[in-house]
Write a protein that binds this ligand. Structure first.
Ligand code: MN
Length: 487
């Protein structure tokens, strides 16, 4: 889908046709200039002067798949009662861009005509009131429209809105159920579909095995060549690599046939398979598919969404799991990994294909997997949990480092990080909020984008950052609980 964003500019008839012509020309110019610097085109739709113009535009925006969101701005004053019917029906993400055409106040030129034409300071406040009065979720971005900072924030919001569009049509393929007895990977699929749009359904592992049986040697040859091009082959066990290729091709065929962009499986149900998909799942994630281990369909879907929000459709976002800590004073870090399945988009170096014994699960043979170190840099971890009656999105800021130890006997990809505000306080906050052990780790998507995503979908958002304290967080969660019960 080629997404675009619609630009609707507020005005009114009061100032006469000449002013409206100027507003129209400037709105067109702004949309054209912004389209050159933003990740998605901005399409100027209308200078709105009547209820009907707004309602017609919003109706159109709501039903057109390519429109991923609406950006509004009031060049002049634009009385807000005429916006009520349109905004009340708006279902697409909404951004109120509080800007003005001119950057500076022109000392000599300024007179009452100038004031009437350039009164966004006035018009955007009226526009802001009606958004607040209607309790309409919206993003407010204030600043000069030619500034890079505004472009960055508007572009980030656009990507979050594309994440919402992607989410609303997302299908998740489950092989096997959630891992036995695990609580946090459970969730209300009906609630999730109603809120986020995901269609989460199950397929038999036997169907996958039948699909695997029909994969041809030449299909496997071709994929193995791609593995050899992308990765360093550090094992003699070519059969294991070929088996992973067979698994990948079969899973991909089934997902593509059903229009699924994410999948989950479990090591407890590999009936008829000789290896848990490792390299297979990793290379599928590298192509933008979401994945969750142990039947965790929520983290699988979120991985696919963050990938869709990231740069170029598959940014450095990956399924991750907190495994173990280094609690040495001054070197406090989390070590994240998974038993096999970490997306190579996180890799700091060219990943190596290795085979090792995997004691957990039904593996008859040693699965091939990619082994690498994650990149250093600022990132976030994201967890969506079902609180019973509502969904909570927990996001934590982290700082990834080059792993401080080589860990030569660790047979999986690994990422090391410091949670904010510090490892142990961050851990206390994460546990207090109920965040899962499975997360999406992303270097590309920001906490602000996840806040936008939560707001657009009307779900609870909890952000643990450098300023969070357990005391403040506990109070926030308590108040959230009350508020969400009233909602
Ligand atoms: Mn796991």
């Amino acid at each position: 889908m080629k997404y675009e964003f619609w630009f609707v500019v507020g005005s009114q008839f009061l100032y006469g046709p000449e002013v409206l012509e100027t507003v129209d020309a400037r709105a067109r110019e702004m949309a054209e200039e912004l389209s050159k610097v933003l990740p998605y085109p901005v399409i100027y739709k209308v200078t709105a002067k009547t209820d009907k113009e707004i309602v017609d535009t919003i109706k159109d925006a709501d039903h057109r798949d390519e429109c991923a969101g609406v950006i509004t701005w009031c060049h002049t004053f634009s009385p807000s009662k005429m916006w009520i019917n349109g905004l009340a029906m708006l279902r697409k993400p909404w951004c109120h861009l509080a800007t003005q055409y001119n950057r500076a106040i022109p000392n000599d030129e300024i007179d009452m005509d100038f004031m009437n034409l350039n009164q966004a300071a006035h018009g955007d406040r009226e526009h802001g009131f009606i958004g607040a009065r209607l309790r309409k979720p919206r993003k407010v971005i204030a600043g000069y429209w030619r500034d890079e900072k505004v472009h960055k924030r508007l572009g980030d919001w656009m990507k979050a809105a594309v994440g919402v569009a992607f989410s609303r049509s997302l299908k998740v393929m489950r092989f096997g159920d959630n891992m036995r007895e695990v609580a946090v990977t459970e969730g209300d699929k009906v609630e999730v579909q109603a809120k986020l749009g995901w269609q989460v359904n199950t397929w038999a592992v036997g169907d996958l095995v039948r699909e695997m049986d029909s994969v041809t040697d030449s299909e496997i040859d071709e994929l193995v060549k791609e593995y050899e091009r992308l990765y360093v082959v550090a094992t003699d066990d070519t059969d294991a690599i070929r088996y992973q290729a067979r698994e990948e091709i079969a899973i991909k065929k089934m997902m593509d046939r059903e229009g699924c962009k994410a999948f989950s499986n479990t090591f407890q149900d590999l009936y008829g398979m000789e290896q848990l998909p490792g390299l297979a799942s990793q290379h599928l994630m590298a192509q933008g598919y979401g994945y969750g281990g142990e039947g965790d369909w929520k983290v699988s879907a979120m991985t696919a969404i963050l990938k869709a929000m990231g740069e170029g459709g598959n940014g450095a976002s990956a399924f991750m799991e907190d495994y173990t800590y280094n609690l040495v004073e001054g070197e406090e870090y989390s070590l994240g990994a998974h038993m096999l399945e970490v997306c190579p988009s996180l890799a700091a170096e060219k990943p190596r294909i290795e085979t090792h014994h995997l004691g957990i699960g039904m593996n008859e043979k040693d699965p091939a997997r990619l082994v690498f170190e994650g990149k250093a840099g600022k990132a976030i971890v994201v967890s969506l949990i079902d609180m019973g009656g509502r969904l909570r999105l927990v996001v934590q800021d982290i700082e990834c480092v080059k792993p401080i130890l080589p860990m030569p006997n660790l047979p999986v990809a690994r990422v090391m990080w410091r949670a904010l505000p510090d490892l142990t306080t961050g851990l206390e906050c994460w546990i207090t909020a109920g965040g899962a052990h499975h997360t999406v780790l992303s270097y590309d998507v920001s906490a602000e984008q996840m806040r936008d995503f939560a707001r657009m979908n009307d779900i609870e958002f909890v952000h643990i950052d450098e300023n969070t304290t357990p005391e403040k967080l506990e109070r926030e969660l308590f108040l959230n609980d009350l508020a969400w019960k009233l909602k």
